[in-house]
Design a protein around this ligand. Sequence first.
Ligand code: NAD
Length: 248
Amino acid sequence: AGRLAGKRAFVTAAGQGIGRASALAMAAEGASVIATDRDGAKLAGLEQHGITVMPLDVMDDHAVEAAITGAGTLDILFNCAGFVHQNTALTCTEDEWDFAFNLNVRAMWRCLRAALPGMLAAGHGSIINMASAASSIKGAPNRFVYGTTKAAVIGMTRAVAADTVTQGVRCNCLAPGTVDTPSLGDRIAANASSAGGLEAARAAFVARQAMGRLATAEEMAALVVYLASDESTFVTGQAMVIDGGWTL
Ligand code: NAD
């Protein structure tokens, strides 16, 4: 039996990147996994691993409520959906601010609000939120609204953990450095002209990491499995920094 045998997990933004790697890693450890993404086509291929797939836009409150309550009592919720804007306090637009807070913070609250009653009734559960090292932990250039929202995720994680700590439910978050995922490729492409080409733009992201390389999504998934498992039953309210030494 795997480390997550008998557990039911729900993952948002599981179509690619860290969410997808985590859905696969949890299924490989024996969890029964429901993988969701706004773009249902991106979930292709997960069924072959015994994963249940379902299109879900976490911005749609009613759909979130229906999908999560309909999934039965969850042992694990991995709130992975989020978007990285590249802006500063001077270039961020009101629309970018609203979009970032609605997706990165409010939608996460809605998902955990839908999952919590079942977890509290069962007397156990692990909620895992996606924050970032670029947050209250580290200021990163050109990540104004992103870092602001991810700091809010850390605050929300601690607040939920404080409210559930005596009831068997845990809530933690990941605070990663730079992870090689499809959306990182988009950010590299967006920076290419100002950085002097694609290779130079990629090198600038790699240079931020003290280890001299980017993280893989699988390295993130290993931490998700740990936080989801009973190996971490004494861990709650934490922002787990996993950043290749970025914040050293
Ligand atoms: P990604 O950005 O490449 O993919 C994101 C996925 O989210 C896509 O499959 C997309 O379809 C889905 N998605 C977007 N909006 C959605 C919505 N409204 N509802 C449901 N799904 C939606 O993946 P990633 O880079 O692994 O990022 C995942 C999370 O990790 C994000 O919260 C991101 O902020 C965070 N993160 C990423 C890095 C990094 O360097 N890649 C670092 C720290 C934190």
